[in-house]
Design a protein around this ligand. Structure first.
Ligand code: MG
Length: 335
């Protein structure tokens, strides 16, 4: 037997530490927040004095190109969406690229063109950046890190701390597409037809809600860990229970079919262009109408109730069970 013990699973970083499940949530709360401060975990973007919103996002998706998108668009949209769900209007980005020696310049051009096109479409400027190159075999072609900067309009405050019992929970479109699109690009869907990723900026949606007069209490883009992670995080952050109607969550037919074959839960698969909205009951119809103008399948999926920060799923017969939140994720490196 070796004198030098192998590290125990609990003592090293695992893929689960980046997967958006229970392992990551526990690590952030128990080891990161005590060192860096819990402000870093408060919401998707921080709001600084002067109503300046700041967020940062690392994209490590594999492969770099997938049905409906690529790492360049993902890097821009990831930051734009984290600003949008804080109520901010995105204005600028910084961009850091970590490139692997041997990456073809043509591939890099494709990624850069994608970044430029998406930034233009979102109305944000790339104002600063950095590039580093690591030796062949370190890194995986391209890692992209974006920092998003925006401004929160006067009178707007969006965050988990505003969620209150009686609020209604809405989802802006069908869930689970992005995770499956990346799996398809890895050849993991076999004969099943992939839908393209739902990758899309959400700042137009959040602006439409605001302009319609919706005072959203909380917005959260459903990324890693999918809708399940969003529900669990918002419930835990606010300390209220959520009661979600299982049948009300929209899932596209091909996504549901693929998930059944592969044993995946579409609620746990990442989206990159969907958000959950928590609004006062008397604003739910208005908010849903705004969401449905963009995605007709947007739906009212549940309510916030008194409780202790747990999520309950109610089936068609009125039975309730607690939401199962996995420790890690079935699919690593999807964003
Ligand atoms: Mg987010």
């Amino acid at each position: 037997m070796s004198d030098c013990p192998l590290p125990h699973d609990a003592d090293v970083v695992t893929l689960a530490h980046g997967a958006g499940g229970r392992t990551m949530a526990r690590w952030l709360a128990e080891r990161l927040a005590p060192r860096l401060g819990s402000d870093a975990l408060r919401h998707d973007a921080a709001v600084l004095p002067g109503r300046i919103a700041v967020t940062t996002d690392a994209s490590v998706v594999s492969p770099l190109f997938f049905p409906g998108g690529d790492i360049g668009r993902l890097a821009v949209i990831g930051a734009v969406n984290d600003l949008a769900v804080t109520g901010a209007v995105p204005e600028a980005l910084t961009l850091a690229l970590v490139l692997e020696e041997g990456l073809s310049l043509a591939t890099l051009d494709r990624v850069l063109d994608s970044i430029a096109d998406e930034a233009r479409a979102c109305g944000v400027r790339v104002v600063s950046g950095d590039t580093k190159v690591v030796e062949r075999g370190h890194g995986d072609g391209v890692y992209a890190v974006t920092t998003g900067i925006g401004r929160v309009p006067e009178g707007v405050e969006v965050g988990p701390w505003r969620v209150a019992p009686g609020d209604v929970v809405l989802v802006s479109g069908d869930v689970g597409r992005h995770g499956l699109a990346v799996l398809a690009a890895r050849g993991g869907l076999g004969f099943l037809d992939p839908l393209p990723s739902d990758l899309a900026p959400l700042h137009g949606t959040t602006a439409a809600l605001r302009e319609a007069g919706v005072d959203a209490h909380c917005l959260r883009d459903c990324t890693r860990g999918g809708l399940s992670a969003v529900l669990a995080e918002i419930a835990a952050a606010g300390g209220h229970d959520l009661v979600v109607e299982e049948g009300a969550v929209p899932v596209a037919g091909p996504v549901r079919a693929a998930c059944e074959v592969l044993g995946l839960d579409p609620w746990q698969l990442a989206c990159e262009g969907r958000l959950a909205a928590f609004v006062a009951a008397d604003q739910a119809d208005l908010a849903l109408a705004v969401l449905r103008e963009r995605r007709p399948e947007a739906a009212r999926i549940g309510v916030v109730a008194d409780g202790r920060g747990r999520v309950w799923l109610r089936d068609a017969f009125g039975g309730e069970r607690e939401l199962d939140r996995p420790a890690g994720a079935a699919l690593p490196r999807i964003c």
